[in-house]
Design a protein around this ligand. Structure first.
Ligand SMILES: Nc1ncnc2c1ncn2[C@@H]1O[C@H](COP(=O)(O)OP(=O)(O)OP(=O)(O)O)[C@@H](O)[C@H]1O
Ligand SMILES: [Mg+2]
Length: 448
């Protein structure tokens, strides 16, 4: 694994920015060197050309001295048509012609850079040659000076290198500071998140003022914490309600047994047993409801089979007689994919409630509308006020009217029914009705 993977974002961005700046500076320095080099070369060539022209003038006027003055250019020679050096600057006195450059017939002059000439074995020279007509033949004036090196001047290279290093250092420091400043809110968020646990879910991460991605992250983290806090609160309430509901029948059972044991001779043990059985039944129902909810919450897998909803309703309603009349309006052929036991449980929970609250009749309807199967349980009781229509689906909720009617309910029937509807890809709601309560479950139809 590469070492760079362990580097912080700050370090990585700083290195990337510095490398990019170093490459840019290098490119700019090379371009600058090339430009200055070109200028210096053409300036030097011009100097050499000017010096040669002066000598050409002397040759033409016939006033050529044997030793030429070395003013701007140190190396000048005049060579006659036989290749003999007629005149030269002091540095070239006694030397053979420095170059053998030929000038084309059509031109008066030639010039180029020549390296390792016999007179200058260690360096490259810019050499310019001029043709002059003298004593009825062609003479040549050669002038030369050292070529400009690639770096032009060591001070220029030093300046460019220092400038580049300075730019890279400024870029590195700047990037390190800016990235550090930008990422500080992320560090703050991490530090706060690291300290949050289940006991202090009320804490929130700091939201930076700038409207950027980090602010969005902080807002989303806080929204997630809000949801988590609510969920944990719900779970706590659920656990405490569940323990409370489990304890009541246990306390009752204990009180009955203790009272009976105080006066064993006067106790009707059959009556005590019946009372104990009632409490046990209640406990059993509660525990099985809790288990069912836990399974639904955990998303425990359920079976899926093709079911005719009307047939399912018929067989469930035929199972036992009801206190009130249950009418059925069942459309045949409404098919859904589902878990038979769970859907039957949903129906029983709804019909049990309806039966408990109805005054005379309950109506169960199965129909299909659009792509949905609709199962309705309607009663003619007191109904559920609109502001309580969502509340009744919360766990352990029992409205006041129900508490007085039947002490046996736990308030888990509707939450279980809704979870079953949801688990089948549908929904269970309370809807408007002229009289009583109307529970409507909508489930996706099976594609047949
Ligand atoms: N058909 C209905 N008419 C009027 N109120 C209803 C009806 N169905 C449910 N409710 C109200 O909703 C509450 C919650 O119902 P739910 O089925 O969850 O619990 P429960 O019937 O009290 O107890 P459990 O079903 O667990 O034995 C009931 O206590 C009752 O107040
Ligand atoms: Mg119920």
């Amino acid at each position: 694994m590469s070492v760079s993977r362990h580097w912080s974002l700050r370090k990585r961005l700083t290195i990337i920015a510095s490398v990019v700046m170093a490459l840019l500076s290098l490119a700019v320095a090379v371009l600058a060197l090339l430009g200055v080099h070109g200028l210096a070369e053409s300036y030097r060539t011009d100097q050499i050309t000017n010096a040669s022209l002066k000598v050409v003038h002397l040759v033409e006027r016939g006033v050529l001295p044997a030793v030429l003055p070395a003013t701007e250019v140190k190396y000048v020679q005049v060579v006659n048509s036989e290749g003999r050096v007629i005149s030269a600057t002091p540095a070239l006195l006694g030397q053979p012609p420095i170059s053998h450059m030929t000038i084309s017939r059509s031109a008066m002059r030639a010039g180029r850079e020549e390296c390792a000439l016999p007179a200058f074995p260690d360096t490259c020279m810019i050499v310019v040659a001029f043709r002059v007509y003298r004593e009825e033949s062609d003479w040549t004036v050669y002038a030369a000076d050292t070529a400009v090196p690639w770096y032009v001047d060591p001070r220029l290279v030093g300046l460019l290198a220092a400038g580049s290093v300075l730019l890279v250092v400024i870029t590195a420091l700047g990037t390190y500071r800016i990235v550090g400043k930008t990422l500080r809110p992320v560090d703050d968020i991490s530090a706060e998140l690291a300290e949050i646990n289940v006991t202090d879910l009320g804490r929130r991460v700091p939201v930076p003022a700038a409207h950027d991605e980090i602010r969005r992250l902080a807002v989303i983290v806080n929204q997630t914490l809000d949801r988590l806090e609510k969920l944990v609160e719900q779970q706590r309430r659920f656990a405490s309600d569940a323990s409370h509901d489990l304890r009541s029948p246990l306390t009752a059972m204990r009180a009955q047994v203790e009272a009976a044991m105080l006066h064993p001779e006067e106790t009707d043990w059959m009556e005590v047993s019946h009372a104990q059985l009632d409490s046990l039944e209640r406990l059993e129902a509660l525990v099985s409801d809790l288990l069912m909810l836990a399974r639904l919450d955990a998303g425990a897998p359920s079976t899926r089979e093709l079911l005719d909803l009307s047939q399912l309703v018929t067989s469930e309603l035929n199972r036992r007689a009801r206190r009130v009349h249950v009418s059925r309006v069942l459309e045949p052929g409404v098919k859904v994919y589902g878990d038979r036991l769970r859907l039957a449980r949903m129906l029983t929970n709804l019909v049990d409630n309806a039966e408990r609250h109805a005054s005379e009749r309950v109506t169960v309807t199965v129909a299909q509308s659009g792509g949905t199967a609709v199962l309705e349980v309607l009663d003619d009781g007191t109904g559920i006020p609109p502001d309580k229509r969502e509340v009744v689906f919360q766990r352990f909720t029992r409205l006041d009217a129900a508490r007085s009617k039947d002490a046996g309910g736990t308030g888990l029937g509707l939450p279980i029914a809704r979870e079953i509807a949801r688990e089948h890809g549908g929904m269970l709601t309370v809807e408007d009705s002229p009289i009583g309560a109307r529970f409507v479950a909508r489930l996706p139809l099976a594609d047949t």
